[in-house]
Design a binder for this molecule. Structure first.
Ligand SMILES: [Zn+2]
Length: 89
């Protein structure tokens, strides 16, 4: 989108995987993964709230929709299934 904003030094991917990325907050595909992780974290205990606000995703309609869907899905799934699907993701 904004090509004038060039970053020469790589930084670590925002999802916490340790991968170095250039000119972006996340490695390819990791943004969505991080969203899923935060949604799960929010549902599990809420410590992720600050991170979500930091990224501005608390105002992200897609994020909120996914959070809502996950919460609704969560109510129907037993804990064991949730943990297994978390590992596979
Ligand atoms: Zn990553």
């Amino acid at each position: 989108m904004n090509k004038s904003q060039k970053k020469s030094s790589p930084q670590l991917c925002g999802c916490g995987c340790g991968k170095k990325v250039k000119g972006a907050l996340f490695a390819r595909g990791h943004k969505n993964r991080h969203k899923s992780d935060l949604i799960k974290a929010l549902c599990a205990g809420g410590y992720a709230t600050a991170r979500v606000e930091e990224l501005g995703w608390n105002d992200d309609s897609t994020f909120n929709q996914h959070l809502k869907e996950y919460r609704e899905g969560l109510a129907k799934k037993p804990l064991k299934v949730r943990l297994l699907s978390q590992q596979a993701a």
